[in-house]
Design a protein around this ligand. Sequence first.
Ligand SMILES: Cc1cc2nc3c(=O)[nH]c(=O)nc-3n(C[C@H](O)[C@H](O)[C@H](O)COP(=O)(O)OP(=O)(O)OC[C@H]3O[C@@H](n4cnc5c(N)ncnc54)[C@H](O)[C@@H]3O)c2cc1C
Length: 449
Amino acid sequence: MRVLIIGGGCAGLSTALRLQQLLRAQLKDRRVELTIVEPQPYLTFQPLLAEVAAGSIDPRHVVVPLRTALPDCRVLTARVTRIDHATRTAWVDAAPRGELRLPTEVPYDVLVMAPGSVARTAPVPGLAEHGMGFATVGEAVALRNHVLEQLDLASSTRDPELRHAALTFVFVGAGYAGVGALAELEDMARTATKGYHNLDPDDLRWILVEAKDRILGEETPELAEHTLAELRERNIDVRLSTTLESAADQLVLLSDGSRFAARTLVWTAGIRPAPVLSLTDLPLDGGGRITCLPTLRIAAPDGTPLPDAWAAGDCAAVPDQAGEPCAPNAQHALAQARLLAENLTAELAGRPLAAYRPDHPACSTSLGLHRAVAHTRRGTRLTGRRAWWLHRARQLRRLPTRERRIRVLTDWLFGGLFQREIVSLGTIEHPRAEFESGFESGSTAGPGT
Ligand SMILES: Cc1cc2nc3c(=O)[nH]c(=O)nc-3n(C[C@H](O)[C@H](O)[C@H](O)COP(=O)(O)OP(=O)(O)OC[C@H]3O[C@@H](n4cnc5c(N)ncnc54)[C@H](O)[C@@H]3O)c2cc1C
């Protein structure tokens, strides 16, 4: 039996890890074949990206290499371009982006959909040219370098307008990504200003723009209120019910009429289901997510289970106890993946399937070094160090594989012993620049020199 998992993120990798445990004997004697398709050779644990940007965690430690974690699984570093579930066929493309190759057909018997979601962009003037995203390790590292470069620029220029633009940081979208990245970077930049003779933390301007009337839409309203109060207490300018109208020429124009220059614009305004979902014959709901039953089987339009088809994570509209689709977050993705693997195994063995019954959410959000807000399952509200420890313990527990947990824990321990590393390695993003400058006119040496 060939099981094909689409996506090696939180839900895809966790499903594969659990299936590897549950079907060990069948995988060994090749009664079952497990294949996972993921464009990156690793999982990115997005909830820790803000700490990568802040320099608290080594970028390599928030990714889990799929081939190491899944020795009993076939890993295809490729992108699925189409799925025809009626004929149990997927098409995968292993060619790098931009190169045209014919996709390969991959036949399967059982399909597990876990391609997650992607950032939702908008046709705002100037956004494509000046905006940055925040969903990958590359983006987290680039944003860190960019913020530190702005401090260097502001400290070194005599142009007051340039200095002001360099010290203005705008984040659009107050979900996990926007709130986490802004709070961690603000904290890091505040610490970094101590190393500059002419920068003061109050010179920095941090603006969080959110179209809705609340922040952290994926979390409980109580935690969102609590987080908002903390951010505002730190002088972070949070603008609710406000949208970005233009960013042309690095001049930010907001719907509340304000206009200012900013050299940093981070776009984290919402997500949409992975585009591959529209290239399948699987049933989707109004929001474009796959309709699921509480057992994590995909639901046919008549509400019956679609044979041999399962889904979990951000791409799946899985009903909770109240019948509402679960929010797209890592907590649900990981818990659904575990149950999916158990239900799939139960079905193979002819056992009854269990329904997904999410726990009361254990919510928390990190807001920098020693700063967080957290709510316990009993409803106790915590802030500061206690919330921060609780948040870190929760993130560590969720991070897939023990080896990565140890690496992240070690980063945190070293971070506690030494000061936070604050240096911009901006040249990493242009590794050929120095070499290429040698070929600029007049700088090439003659023969034999
Ligand atoms: C910056 C940031 C911070 C976050 N912080 C938190 C937090 O603090 N707490 C929390 O609960 N949640 C958080 N989230 C949300 C959380 O990361 C997601 O809800 C979770 O990762 C969803 O898991 P998933 O497996 O469905 O999707 P993902 O983890 O995104 O995995 C989907 C995978 O599918 C792959 N894929 C996509 N298309 C294809 C294709 N065509 N073919 C093959 N593979 C494909 C992608 O490359 C990706 O690796 C955060 C998200 C971001 C971006």
